[in-house]
Design a protein. Structure first.
Length: 368
């Protein structure tokens, strides 16, 4: 396939529309799913609503049978102070418009998946993708950096998370001092399991010196506030850098529960909330995509052998686990961060890069 050279790119007017769409989504995040549905229907896509109308999926068919690939993005929500979701949604809709404009040049089906942050499981529960699955589900995340710079990191990109709860019931006969000592020991054990297992010793020592980081890992909530609470819950969140660590962390949490119960003769039970795997960009797929993007006009691509976003999780990991794919980082301005508006001009090169990859994956099996 010839690298993308402008034949299926929107005009500068199209990108101006994209920037206006970002502004609209910022102003009316509660209307994001309605706006997305209208634009996707205008692309002659088969549009479906999911999760009580919170999420949107769309299928754009090309010329004839072929593979299925997907692009996923967060929809903005009124409670989300971040500017990221507005950029992601605008990028996804512009990608759909560009791919629809050249649909006679690629076979197969492109799926667009739009969902509020934290609602990935609900979206997947309604099977928005074909039974045969997708050849890849890709996404784009704005991050602080030079506007328009497309970064593709190999290996682990974000960490995974294993949330857990230790529930302890008061035992008659324990003095107030003993009960408080038990609570302190339990809290310390939860804190250890929420920091070390997934970190190297060097990283743990460096990162846990920061109070905000320590507080990120363990939050305790006493259900009753009398002198000797009858029950207490300890909430922990173990962040893991490798998929295999999640099973090990689960075993260590259960062991801590058993040891505390045995030593203090207190009933301690461990329960686990749904875990989130790390986002992991396959190095082979990164190499293929990187080689393609380096040859593509208008794409400001910078590869990276490894880069990790510490203490960051991303629910895209569930989509990646379901269908593979890559998470791209898109520089949105060096000042971009929570509460800071992004530079909308970053969208054009990022969209070009994703469209290039999607076209390549849809056409490579046909040799076009």
């Amino acid at each position: 396939m010839t690298p993308l050279s402008g034949r299926s790119l929107c005009s500068s007017a199209g990108y101006a529309d994209c920037q206006r769409l970002v502004s609209l989504l910022r102003q009316a995040p509660e209307d994001a799913s309605f706006i997305a549905r209208a634009i996707l229907e205008d692309c002659r896509a088969d549009v479906s609503l999911h999760d009580g109308g919170r999420s949107v999926s769309a299928a754009l068919t090309g010329l004839g049978e072929g593979p299925a690939v997907a692009f996923a993005a967060h929809l903005p929500a009124a409670a989300d102070a971040s500017d990221s979701a507005s950029l992601q949604t605008a990028a996804a809709l512009e990608i759909a418009r560009q791919m629809a404009g050249c649909r006679k040049e690629w076979p197969g089906t492109l799926f667009i998946l739009l969902y509020p942050k934290g609602r990935t499981r609900e979206l997947l529960a309604e099977n928005p993708l074909p039974e045969t699955g997708a050849a890849g589900i890709h996404t784009l995340r704005p991050h602080p950096g030079e506007a328009g710079e497309l970064l593709l990191c190999q290996g682990a990109v974000t960490c995974g998370e294993t949330p857990f709860i230790l529930r302890a019931a008061y035992r008659e006969g324990l003095s107030k001092t003993e009960w408080e000592a038990f609570m302190q020991e339990t809290a310390a054990g939860v804190a250890r399991l929420s920091s070390h297992p997934q970190l190297t010793a060097e990283d743990a020592n460096r990162m846990l010196k920061v109070p905000a980081v320590r507080e990120r890992f363990v939050r305790a909530a006493i259900l009753r506030t009398d002198i000797a609470p009858r029950e207490i819950l300890f909430f922990g969140s173990a962040l893991v850098f490798h998929r295999g660590m999640q099973r090990l962390v689960t075993q260590r949490i259960q062991r801590l529960s058993d040891e505390l119960g045995s030593r203090w003769k207190v009933t301690v039970t461990a329960s686990f909330l749904p875990s989130l795997p790390p986002v992991y960009n396959d190095p082979t797929l990164c190499g293929e995509a990187g080689g393609l993007l380096r040859q593509s006009d208008g794409v400001f691509y910078r590869g990276s052998r490894s880069r990790f976003l510490p203490f960051v999780t991303d629910d895209y990991a569930l989509l990646q686990r379901a269908g593979g794919g890559l998470l791209f980082l898109l520089g949105a301005g060096k000042a971009h961060g929570p509460g800071e508006p992004a530079d909308e001009r970053c969208l054009a090169p990022g969209i070009r890069g994703v469209v290039c990859l999607l076209e390549h994956q849809l056409t490579k099996s046909t040799g076009k």
